[in-house]
Ligand binder design. Structure first.
Ligand code: SAM
Ligand code: SF4
Length: 342
């Protein structure tokens, strides 16, 4: 007689044979910056009454961990603007198996714009976070203010150093933008190499309406990579995250260069992730509209309802995104990256 696995044992597998190990959570759609490729200047944010409570986020995250998720990334919007984020980090940190904590979570991380990182870094380390991604598209104060519409880059750089001093490993995220920061990519990589940070370059993706045409700023990373190869020794690194990035080791140091190029190279076949919005919707793909409402499922059906909705979601996970950038192409989906959690 075969015994059916309990839900705890039943892995999160989609219909394309991919096992889901990675949950990204957008803890808020709000942000203290307004990056031009991400948001329009006058963004409308969700009313607070629509958001998942901290307790609900934790219950959903812990259900995913019980069912095999080993990595969680907190993102947004800007995760550090959510008032109770420190409490959430602490609660989720208890699920990290390493460092003497009990639980199946291997890694808890965050993507942040860094403006408030200095205040939070030590508490993040205490909670078990070991690495953060910090987004910074330019180190030049004027350019940074322009692209974020009002940001102060010295705050971000201060946050990065404070995080490093607190013991966090740093990866810089830089969106490569034609006619804006092309000339800063090589200096950014040299800075990261000298400071011991990793760097991920990102192609701008057609997510949500903004005040400009993304085509004008689209910079294919294939070209960027060729140029970097003239100035740095780049050796292919086998590191795999199940995401759209490929990695290279830089000049024989520990610095890793990542290229996130969903437009010029599609790696969806290995996708191992799903995304929870701050409103409680589970999106199976950044570039598709299929979603299940985990907030309603949890409120109406408890953990059993949650499991059922998660399974329905997995069943609908698409094989790949179909992002296109070009004249006349609108956004692939109406949602901004800040809603789904980048
Ligand atoms: N606010 C945090 C930050 O900026 O790091 C976390 C959320 S943000 C949406 C996550 C990442 O998505 C950032 O590195 C940002 O540059 C990137 N991003 C936002 N909109 C994007 C777009 N349309 N295409 C490509 N990357 C985008
Ligand atoms: Fe805010 Fe991050 Fe979007 Fe910039 S990229 S507007 S920091 S959410």
């Amino acid at each position: 007689m075969t015994i059916a696995p309990t839900l705890e044992q039943k892995p999160l597998r989609d219909t394309h044979g991919r096992t889901i190990k990675y949950l990204r959570i957008s803890v808020t759609d709000r942000c203290d910056l307004r990056c031009r490729y991400c948001m329009s200047e006058k963004m409308t944010f969700l009313p607070r009454s629509k958001l998942l409570s901290l307790e609900e986020i934790a219950i959903i995250a812990e259900r995913f961990i019980a069912r095999g998720v080993t990595k969680i990334r907190l993102s947004g919007g800007e995760p550090l603007v959510r008032r109770d984020v420190a409490e959430l980090v602490q609660r989720l940190g208890h699920n990290i198996g390493a460092n003497g904590r009990g639980g199946g979570l291997e890694e808890l991380t965050m993507t942040t714009n860094g403006t408030r990182l200095a205040q939070h870094a030590e508490a993040m380390v205490d909670a078990g976070i070991r690495r953060v991604n910090v987004s910074m598209d330019s180190r030049d104060p004027e350019r940074f203010r322009y692209i974020t519409r009002h940001g102060d880059v010295s705050q971000v750089i201060g946050g990065i150093y404070a995080a490093r001093d607190a013991g966090l490993a740093i990866k810089i995220n830089m969106v490569a933008l034609k006619g804006f920061n092309e000339d800063e990519i090589a200096p950014m990589l040299a800075w990261c190499r000298d400071e011991g940070f990793d760097l991920s370059l990102i192609e701008t993706m057609p997510l949500g309406a903004i005040d400009e045409d993304r085509t004008d700023r689209f910079l294919p990373l294939t070209k960027v990579f060729d140029d970097l190869g003239q100035q740095f020794t780049l050796a292919r690194d086998a590191h795999k995250t199940g995401g759209p990035a490929r990695y290279w080791n830089v000049d024989g140091t520990r610095t890793r260069l990542g290229l996130i190029s969903p437009l010029t190279a599609n790696f969806c076949e290995g996708c191992n992730r799903v995304r929870l919005t701050t409103e409680g919707k589970l999106y199976m793909c950044l570039g598709h509209d299929d979603q299940v409402d985990l907030k309603a499922a949890l409120r109406e059906g408890g953990t059993a309802g949650l499991d059922e909705a998660i399974d329905a979601g997995l069943f609908a996970k698409p094989k790949a995104h179909d992002f296109r950038i070009g004249q006349g192409e609108g956004p692939a989906v109406a949602r901004h990256m800040s809603v789904t959690g980048g």
